[in-house]
Design a protein around this ligand. Structure first.
Ligand SMILES: Nc1nc2c(c(=O)[nH]1)N[C@H]1C(S)=C(S)[C@@H](COP(=O)(O)OP(=O)(O)OC[C@H]3O[C@@H](n4cnc5c(=O)[nH]c(N)nc54)[C@H](O)[C@@H]3O)O[C@H]1N2
Ligand SMILES: Nc1nc2c(c(=O)[nH]1)N[C@H]1C(S)=C(S)[C@@H](COP(=O)(O)OP(=O)(O)OC[C@H]3O[C@@H](n4cnc5c(=O)[nH]c(N)nc54)[C@H](O)[C@@H]3O)O[C@H]1N2
Ligand code: SF4
Ligand SMILES: [Mo]
Length: 691
């Protein structure tokens, strides 16, 4: 028997990008564990990925190409050969490419975060065609944009420093579920005496384990940050020296936050004045005592109309109190901007003959239903989906479903499993999993470049995304040399070698070692040097002004709230959020029996008072609805959901839910204040018991 150990990296859309050791016995992956030597993984994988072998070897894997034989959505297919599949696809794409290339749309997101199996050969292929570009904004763009205006780029506190912080604000995140290796550091900080505060409308698994939980209403974080700044300034808890040397626009900020008294803040957020005062004092006084105060701000605050502004306001706090002076102070949103990736080399935008239109992945529902017009351009006639499951994850799902059900739409889906989206495909192509292909990774929660080696041979006739696009390129007659490059050749171009941070990047040695930390200072902004236009932390942003936004921190109400839309709130009085369930990763893993078994069935958490007025008892089936649609879940009557809020942990495969629907039936396609991002948690609903 031959036993080897292969170095891999977790491909999932999770900040932690764990280093993995795969034990392979006679060509079969028999054990998957966290690399004990990798500092952030520390030998620990989450429950989901510990089940990666179960997922890879699942009898439900798609193993060969298929062609639809039933109606769209029915999910009936017949096996065909790769040649037949590639011929069928090129036969449909060639005439479109010749006459209206923008009628072709790629639809992809982060099923894998790999730089190679994500957007490399695929982008080359679509650029060569001149297909519509996809605005990949479904997750992080609101916050990234607000953060960029303020700090200059997605760079922040290093994960490996958080255990030394004395105060950690966990703001709009549930790391026990979605950022486990940050939680491990926060726990260590707690053991060393740090105070942990969760800011979250829901008493999540994480909020439950923090010292304090501030349960504000969804979409009011920007106001809380303004109120904190008000108190910090009023009580002289700011670092005058840091502010004068390394920030821009303090005088205007001071004027702006003057109106955000604790009373107004408390009223806006649905919390008490004392909570506002205590939070600002804990943060400011600890900083003034010379101790590191840190913020982990996550995606929960961003999925509302003012999501960009919320992150911007929060990102102002560390500069105000001089927290950046400490390696363990500051704020982490995403580390992705620390990585000097070489995307132009991977994706080859130079292959574009002219700049095509851009379709926002968030509005795919409306856009699939839009006719050709002067302003829109050609109707979308072909969609190639990979690394994504739009039928389950995109908002306003009824529209998405209606769009993909169009008989005249040609849909190709590259997948591991027969997802909700696959059910609407004309041609299905089987893709390899991370155990079966090569990739290079960055991380958005730590600072290591990562390598993934293929551990086992592809299952059935599955092929890596890269190989599928290579074959399609050949079928289309694209003979540019870039369509010949191997996955190793692609991976070798993943990071720039002319950047001080990744100057030591070498693919062959990264493959052997598995991981390599970037060259970065421990405290990135201890002496200012923010990558903003002014080089300072910008309380006042001329770039925002130029982009038609308020240049100062502000509060932007939700589209849907009692304050902003009282008529709507009269019909639909409950705010609904649908954050990640612990055992799923977006809609990935929902079909893994053991993990779905742990989640049980779709639930809706509802406060006892809100349940009582609706005659809803614990365990009742309830219908959650608004003008966009409805779905059914089992009610859990619990004060984990604050009053006025309901929580449906997500993202369920529709077909694995009792009523064939999920939370995105009621979410909207409206976009955020900046970054063109979704507003999943800016949703009002009503709830009723169903018999
Ligand atoms: N297990 C698991 N891990 C995941 C994912 C997953 O699906 N499952 N998804 C991955 C992806 S794609 C992403 S983007 C990240 C997401 O990472 P996080 O942003 O950390 O997501 P959550 O863990 O849901 O934490 C969001 C929290 O924000 C709260 N929240 C909702 N609305 C608001 C609000 O308006 N204000 C505040 N302050 N809080 C609010 C929710 O109640 C929830 O507890 O996680 C990644 N990791
Ligand atoms: N209601 C609600 N909706 C949400 C969210 C929410 O919190 N609430 N969160 C939003 C967020 S943050 C995000 S990031 C999006 C996530 O949306 P998506 O990125 O679409 O994430 P997944 O649902 O995990 O779908 C990824 C798919 O890619 C497939 N895949 C994985 N690896 C490969 C590969 O190598 N090749 C191919 N061809 N396929 C592969 C997986 O099998 C899976 O079906 O959802 C968003 N939708
Ligand atoms: S999903 Fe996140 S925590 Fe789990 S193994 Fe992957 S990177 Fe690590
Ligand atoms: Mo995400």
């Amino acid at each position: 028997m031959s036993t080897t150990q292969v170095r891999a990296a977790c491909p999932h859309d999770c900040p932690d990008t764990c280093a993995i050791l795969v034990t392979v016995e006679d060509g079969v992956a028999t054990e998957i564990k966290g690399d004990p030597d990798h500092p952030t993984t520390a030998g620990v994988l989450c429950t989901k990925v510990s089940r990666y072998a179960e997922r890879t070897y699942s009898p439900d894997r798609l193993l060969y190409p298929m062609r639809r034989v039933g109606r769209k959505g029915e999910g009936k297919f017949e096996r065909i050969s790769w040649d037949e599949a590639l011929d069928a696809i090129s036969a449909r794409l060639k005439p479109l490419a010749a006459t209206a290339p923008e009628a072709i749309l790629p639809y992809s997101y982060c099923g894998t975060m790999g730089l190679v199996q994500g957007e490399s050969m695929s982008s080359r292929f679509f650029n060569k065609i001149g297909a519509s570009l996809l605005d990949r904004t479904i997750c992080a763009m609101a916050g990234a944009t607000g953060y960029k205006y303020t700090i200059g780029g997605s760079i922040g506190t290093d994960l490996e420093q958080f255990q030394n912080a004395k105060v950690i604000l966990i703001w709009g995140g549930n790391p026990i579920a979605s950022n486990l290796h940050f939680w491990m550091r926060a726990q260590e900080a707690k053991r060393r005496g740090a105070k942990l505060v969760a800011i979250d409308p829901y008493r999540s698994l994480t909020a439950e384990k923090c010292h304090q939980h501030i349960a504000l209403m969804p979409g009011t974080d920007a106001a809380l940050a303004l109120g904190m700044m008000h108190v910090l300034i009023a009580e002289n808890l700011i670092d005058e020296d840091y502010v004068s040397q390394y920030t821009l626009g303090y005088a205007q900020l001071k004027e702006r936050v003057a109106e955000w008294t604790p009373a107004r803040t408390a009223q806006t957020c649905g919390i008490t004045e004392q909570e506002v005062l205590d939070l600002a004092r804990l943060y400011g006084q600890t900083a003034q005592a010379g101790e590191p105060v840190a913020i982990r701000v996550n995606y929960g605050v961003q999925r509302v109309r003012g999501g960009g502004m919320a992150v911007r306001n929060i990102a102002c706090l560390p500069a105000l109190v001089g927290a950046w002076r400490h390696a363990a102070g500051g704020v982490q949103l995403s580390a992705s901007g620390s990585f000097p990736t070489n995307k132009p080399a991977l994706q080859r935008p130079d292959l574009l003959k002219k700049l095509p239109r851009t379709i926002n992945m968030v509005t795919i529902g409306d856009d699939l239903l839009r006719p050709a017009s002067e302003s829109f351009g050609p109707r979308i006639d072909a969609v190639i989906v990979y690394n994504s499951n739009p039928l389950a994850v995109a908002p306003d799902s009824a529209k998405v479903q209606q769009g993909f059900a169009r008989e005249d739409l040609f849909t190709v889906v590259l997948e591991h499993f027969q997802t909700d989206t696959v059910d609407y495909a004309d041609i299905v192509l089987p893709a390899t999993t991370q155990l079966e292909h090569t990739d290079a990774h960055l991380a958005y929660g730590h600072l290591y470049m990562m390598a993934n080696n293929a551990a086992i041979a592809p299952m059935g006739e599955a092929k890596p995304n890269t190989e599928i696009f290579r074959l399609l390129a050949a079928r289309m007659g694209f003979d540019d040399a870039c369509f010949q490059e191997s996955d190793d050749e692609l991976a070798a171009q993943a990071f720039r070698k002319d950047d001080a941070r990744s100057i030591h990047f070498d693919w062959e040695s990264l493959k052997k070692k598995g991981w390599q930390k970037l060259n970065m200072p421990d405290a990135p902004f201890a002496y200012g040097k923010f990558p903003t236009p002014s080089g300072k932390c910008e309380f006042f942003s001329s770039s925002m002004e130029a982009d038609g936004l308020d240049p100062l921190p502000a509060y932007i109400e939700n589209y849907e709230s009692a304050a902003s839309s009282p008529d709507l709130a009269a019909k639909y009085p409950l705010a609904m959020i649908s954050p990640p369930a612990r055992n799923f990763l977006n809609s990935t893993f929902v079909n893994v029996q053991s993990l779905r078994g742990t989640e049980g069935e779709p639930h809706l958490d509802i406060h006892p008072d809100d349940a009582a007025t609706r005659g809803v008892n614990h365990g009742d089936m309830v219908r959650i609805f608004n003008d966009r649609g409805s779905f059914v879940s089992k009610a859990r009557v619990t004060d984990k959901a604050r009053k006025g809020l309901v929580v449906g942990l997500s993202i369920w495969w529709k077909k694995l839910a009792g009523d064939g629907k999920n939370a995105n039936e009621v979410t909207s396609q409206r976009l955020t204040d900046m970054g063109r991002a979704p507003t999943f948690y800016d949703t009002l609903v009503q709830v009723e018991r169903v018999s």
